[in-house]
Design a protein around this ligand. Structure first.
Ligand code: OVV
Length: 399
């Protein structure tokens, strides 16, 4: 008798790249988590993990679940990608380790202390402009405006043409999804956008004292080539704008919907940092990415063949009731320890300290000035293959 110890795979018709899913992913997350520790997604022929335990396990095992075949749905080792692979995001050790060490040092807490005063000044300027200014778009006028100023300045990219950073982020993150309408729309102006980004990453176009220029000190030291340095600078521009923009937008929405928690923050701005962690858990800007199995393996008894793509829903893990009490309650007083909004493992967000700094400084300035954040129109949900936020967020900041 043959004893089959492997489970029959659970399969699901859920499409995590459909407008319904983007508008309200949470009921689908419940279904995916409840279907089992790992689920076969029929529509795309990929596996998905949505429970906290398996998400953490997959992210913690880079040998079995690699990044070098791309972290989108396409196996870039087999099919090729639309851009040169990132030297961080789409690499495994040992290459990843060396590249990450360079960027990690540039973004260390000590290095970021030097940026705080400038960020604070710019936060005051922006908050001054928006509080009491009537109806605004909380995305363009606030959430995007801040990283586009302070982060782009910190990296040291030219002021001229900075608007290209937004469509570039759109390409990078929608480009992780399948070839759907969102993918095609994001790539519509790819040549022009890519040309600007490529130029912006070059040493001669960066300010001499920014984060970007610091990558080039490793060229002068003979450790890496100038092309490689440019590729590392590109990671700043790919990963650092949309993610923080959308996190700030999600923060505005959470506080507008929960004014009593905004009051808590206003009375005690020291709580902003903790509140941001809850925003990252509750409305993770980065919802979904992939790993690729490097060998035949299994998850909780289900066979996962080599080269399988595995969708990781960090957003679902962040609301898994197996891990969190009342996960669908936004509560800035809860413990958020272990949330995977910044990922986990060797690829855990290398920019998380600068992201935290930006959001902390901006929300602190806002908390001192705005009594209430009012949604004054119909928010327009962002339909996006990877990220969750708003296209438009009509908002009024009351003095
Ligand atoms: C985390 C992240 C997202 C998007 C792009 C990159 C990284 C990159 O390194 O290019």
């Amino acid at each position: 008798m043959i004893i089959d110890t492997l489970e029959k795979p659970t399969s699901s018709a859920i499409d995590p790249f459909s407008p319904d899913y983007f508008r309200d992913p949470y009921p689908f997350h419940v279904q995916l988590r409840d279907a089992g520790p790992v689920v076969w997604l029929e529509k795309w022929g990929v596996w998905a993990v949505a429970r906290f335990e398996q998400v953490q396990a997959v992210l913690g095992d880079w040998r079995t679940y690699c990044s070098s075949a791309g972290v989108g749905i396409v196996n870039e080792k087999k099919m090729g990608g639309w851009r040169k692979p990132s030297a961080l995001l789409e690499k495994d050790p040992p290459e990843h380790t060396a590249n990450r060490a360079i960027v990690s040092r540039i973004l260390s807490p000590a290095a970021l202390r030097a940026l705080r005063a400038t960020f604070e000044r710019e936060a005051e300027v922006l908050v001054d402009r928006v509080v009491g200014a009537g109806d605004l778009d909380g995305m363009a006028d606030f959430s995007e405006a801040f990283p586009m100023k302070v982060f782009a300045d910190a990296v040291g990219v030219p002021v001229e043409g900075r608007h290209h950073l937004v469509p570039w982020g759109n390409m990078v993150f929608n480009g992780m999804g399948p070839r759907n309408a969102l993918f095609d729309r994001a790539m519509a102006n790819a040549d022009e956008v890519t040309a600007w980004i490529t130029a912006a990453c070059k040493r001669e176009n960066l300010t001499p004292d920014g984060l970007g220029a610091q990558v080039y000190t490793h060229v002068e030291a003979g450790e890496i080539s100038a092309d490689h340095a440019a590729l590392l600078v590109r990671s700043f521009l790919s990963a650092g704008v949309d993610t923080t923009t959308f996190a700030i937008g999600n923060a505005l929405f959470c506080f507008a919907m929960h004014p009593e928690q905004w009051d808590v923050v206003r009375e005690n701005p020291g709580k902003v940092k903790q509140a941001f962690e809850e925003i990252m858990r509750f409305e993770s800007p980065f919802q979904t990415f992939f790993r690729t199995a490097t060998c035949d393996t299994e998850i909780a008894g289900t066979a996962i063949p080599q080269d399988s793509k595995v969708l990781i829903s960090v957003a679902a893990a962040n609301r898994d009731p197996r891990k969190w009490c009342n996960p669908d309650t936004f509560d800035i007083g809860r413990s958020t320890v272990g949330h995977v909004g910044f990922g986990a493992g060797i690829h855990g967000c290398v920019g998380q300290m600068i992201a935290r700094l930006e959001v902390e400084v901006l929300l602190t300035a806002l908390a001192k000035r705005a009594k209430r954040i009012e949604i004054c129109g119909e928010p327009e949900r962002l339909l996006h293959n990877t990220l969750r936020s708003f296209e438009k967020l009509p908002v009024r900041f009351h003095a």
